[in-house]
Design a binder for this molecule. Sequence first.
Ligand SMILES: Cc1cc2nc3c(=O)[nH]c(=O)nc-3n(C[C@H](O)[C@H](O)[C@H](O)COP(=O)(O)O)c2cc1C
Length: 192
Amino acid sequence: MSIRELIQKRRTIRRFRQEKIESEILSEIIDSARLAPSASNLQPLEFVLVDDPPVVEQIFPFTKWAGYLPNDSGRPPKGSEPVTYVVVLINRDIAFNGGEHDVGAAVENMILTALYHNIGSCWIASVNRKNVRALLKIPSIYEIDCILALGYPDENPVIEPISNSVKYYKDDEGVLHVPKRKLDDIMHRNQF
Ligand SMILES: Cc1cc2nc3c(=O)[nH]c(=O)nc-3n(C[C@H](O)[C@H](O)[C@H](O)COP(=O)(O)O)c2cc1C
């Protein structure tokens, strides 16, 4: 798949098949984060890979899903949960502040590398950080920025041109529709 195809194909996934992801692929995903751009090349990011099923199970309640969908219906139902998580940390000994741009670059690298291996993902910022910190014994010098949930996709969301709302929704068949702004509406050439 070309980079263009990967970018077009990428959608946030919230339904996963219960299939283990190979350890080498997980290492490759984290390595793609390591290789991302970093402000002043400080490289303050570190990652906790969680793929041990009992720990994976304990992380799930500390995550929130698809806030626009009613009655928590965007939350993966039993049997469709992620099989792996990557917890993204900022080492505050290395970067006293900032680091969020580094996170953006690193997470997108991980998302695209995962997708190259047909693995879907959900970038999750709605995290109960206190509970995740305690569970994974993360020292206080590390800020928990976000979590990337991973697994082989069990849904096929689609994009559509935005009409009057940014809110994604599900149709009668349960397909998630994600409105995206049009290129002409966001691109300004040479002057605004
Ligand atoms: C910084 C960031 C935080 C996000 N946090 C969550 C989250 O906590 N829970 C969730 O279900 N989706 C979360 N998402 C996924 C967005 O809802 C999703 O990217 C958006 O609806 C567009 O869909 P798409 O990724 O398929 O283009 C987050 C995305 C980003 C970039």
